[in-house]
Design a protein around this ligand. Structure first.
Ligand code: FAD
Ligand code: DLZ
Length: 504
């Protein structure tokens, strides 16, 4: 007699997750299912499907080794109904059991799907986050602006990370001023730790090659961690080799250096192989032991207990229709360059090429290259949101959508960002070495050889004047534009219009 089913989703691969805390090993059955529904709600990069299926299989082995009963639906099992709700109903019939416990999914679509199955489903709060949803809602209540910085300070106080009593260690909450160095001339760090394929990974690669090879993205050279112990090795490698330089070069971009000093742990955090608080404690220890400077460690911890938690709070606060926002009324279809057609703009081509190969780009590449270009050219926010959701190995709607719709595209009208993240070619040139190898000239403002970001930037500001001219953070830009002579301004707008008309 089975008392209840415990459903574990592909991004819930954590041993002490809230649903498993409810497990009575003698009476309950754990359900896991590889299903087409989840593997195709967007056309995921093949490496993302490989990661999730392989990590799910390894996690089910681990649960069995602890003596738990796990019923695992393989993708190619003919009885597999290919949806989460379908598999839940099938297993409920098999075990004559109508009670289900699941940690609340981090996506509105899945919450709705599971809420509608004709079974008694109990959702448990996701205990892997530092801030619970209700706690974030309380913080947001009554505030005019939801700025991450203030939320982050509360998270520092709550966790005690980098705290000296009531005060931040070093006297400042935020060391971002020290974290804006441009790309260095050379980099000795060779990137994240790579892992050889487990038996599960090998068989999943065969499956994905057969079923998902049409999706954008290279299947070859999969070397991500797929187990908790490997993910911990990847984290230790980062802390040892890259964390000391993480802060200074956090915003830099370099040709042939897709990872620079970044951690490449977002896929592991997001599927549950690493826990955010444990990660931050390890980074804090590196600072306390004198192995990494404060600017790097504070910057890294801020990304996790600040940005990551804040972004999740925003996702649930804003509700299921958040991805439909389109404040700037942008409707351009996603240009084909996002799917690998060469554009000639070296920064874009580099970022897209590395995305296709590794299913990874770091934050500034996503924000200030691919995101910036989409915003300047007026791409539909929903289309660029779907692109980010499909192509990145760490992409889950709760974290991707507020970053894209909010931070990157300003489509929520300023809930996340206090001003749009737009720039001309000058910023990209300052922070990267892309422009040196580009056929367009970053120093030229107009004409067919000029970097298109230059004219597009002013075109964006000019066409959205009614929305932004009252924003104090944009005032200087409008003053600069207003000081330009009329002929030059007309040439800039004409250049941008010509580029936009030629963009497919
Ligand atoms: P590092 O730069 O080493 O940072 C350490 C960790 O901090 C990351 O692993 C991540 O967990 C966290 N972090 C940093 N910035 C953010 C942020 N803005 N929001 C949430 N967490 C953050 N991140 C995702 O995890 N999934 C996504 O789908 C995703 N989509 C994005 C889309 C856009 C348009 C933008 C601008 C950013 C997006 N991000 C997303 C945030 C960020 O780009 C990635 O978390 C980061 O690049 C992951 O690489 P890393 O592990 O090397 O991070
Ligand atoms: C992303 C993903 C993929 C590709 N496949 C599965 C799957 O087959 N089974 C599963 O349980 N979960 C999968 N996932 C993760 C879910 O999409 C994720 O749990 C939801 O997006 C909620 O965050």
């Amino acid at each position: 007699m089975v008392e209840k089913l415990i459903l574990i989703l592909g991004d819930q691969l954590t041993e002490d997750i809230s649903s498993l805390r409810e497990l009575d090993p003698g009476k309950d059955v754990i359900i896991m299912a590889e299903v087409l529904g989840e593997a195709s709600y967007v056309a995921h990069h093949p490496k993302k499907i490989i990661l999730i299926f392989s990590a799910m299989r390894s996690f089910s082995d681990k649960l069995r080794s602890l003596g738990y009963r796990v019923e695992y639906s393989f993708f190619d099992d003919p009885q597999n109904t290919q949806s989460l709700s379908g598999e839940l109903i099938r297993r409920a019939e098999q075990f004559k059991c109508s009670k289900v416990t699941v940690t609340q999914p981090n996506e509105w679509r899945v919450i709705e799907d599971l809420s509608n199955v004709p079974l008694t489903v109990e959702f448990k709060e996701d205990n892997r986050f530092i801030s619970q949803i209700s706690e974030f809602n309380d913080w947001a209540e009554g505030r005019k602006q939801l700025r991450m910085e203030y939320f982050y300070r509360d998270m520092r106080r709550k966790t005690g990370l980098l705290m000296d009593g009531e005060k931040p260690v070093g006297g400042k909450w935020n060391y971002d001023q020290e974290n804006r160095k441009p790309a260095p001339d050379s980099v000795l760090h060779t990137g994240p730790k790579c892992f050889s394929n487990t038996e599960h990974t090998k068989s999943v690669i065969d499956l994905v090659s057969e079923r998902f090879s049409e999706n954008f993205g290279n299947i070859a050279n999969f070397n991500f961690a797929t187990t908790q112990s490997q993910a911990e090795e990847a984290l230790d490698h980062f802390i040892d080799k890259a964390l000391p330089d993480f802060g200074a070069y956090q915003d830099a971009m370099m040709m042939d250096q897709p990872f620079l000093f970044h951690a490449i742990i977002s896929p592991y955090l997001n599927i549950g192989l690493l826990k955010p608080l444990d990660v931050c404690k390890k980074a804090e220890k590196a600072f306390l032991d004198g192995r990494a400077p404060l600017n790097s460690v504070e910057g890294f911890i801020r990304q996790i207990i600040g940005w990551r938690e804040y972004i999740r709070g925003i996702y649930f606060l804003q509700g299921p229709n958040y991805t439909q926002n389109n404040y700037l009324d942008h409707n351009r279809p996603l240009p084909s360059l996002y799917w690998g057609k060469e554009s000639g703009l070296n920064c874009l081509d580099q970022c897209v090429k590395q995305t296709e190969e590794f299913s990874y780009a770091h934050h500034i590449q996503r924000l200030m290259v691919t995101g910036n270009f989409a915003l300047l050219t007026g791409v539909s926010p929903y289309e660029i949101h779907e692109w980010y959701l499909s192509v990145y190995i760490d992409a889950f709607e709760w974290v991707e959508a507020p970053n894209t719709i909010g931070m990157s595209q300003f489509a929520d009208g300023g809930v996340v960002a206090s001003k749009p993240y737009v720039s001309s070619g000058a910023y990209i040139n300052k922070m990267s070495n892309y422009c040196k190898s580009c056929k367009f000239k970053v120093a030229e403002k107009v004409g067919k050889d000029a970097c298109p970001f230059n004219a597009l930037y002013w075109h964006f500001l000019s066409r959205n004047r009614d929305k932004f001219q009252g924003n104090p953070r944009m005032a200087q830009m409008y003053r600069t534009w207003d000081r330009m002579n009329e002929d030059h301004k007309n040439n800039v707008i004409k250049s941008a219009d010509e580029f936009l008309n030629g963009l497919n």
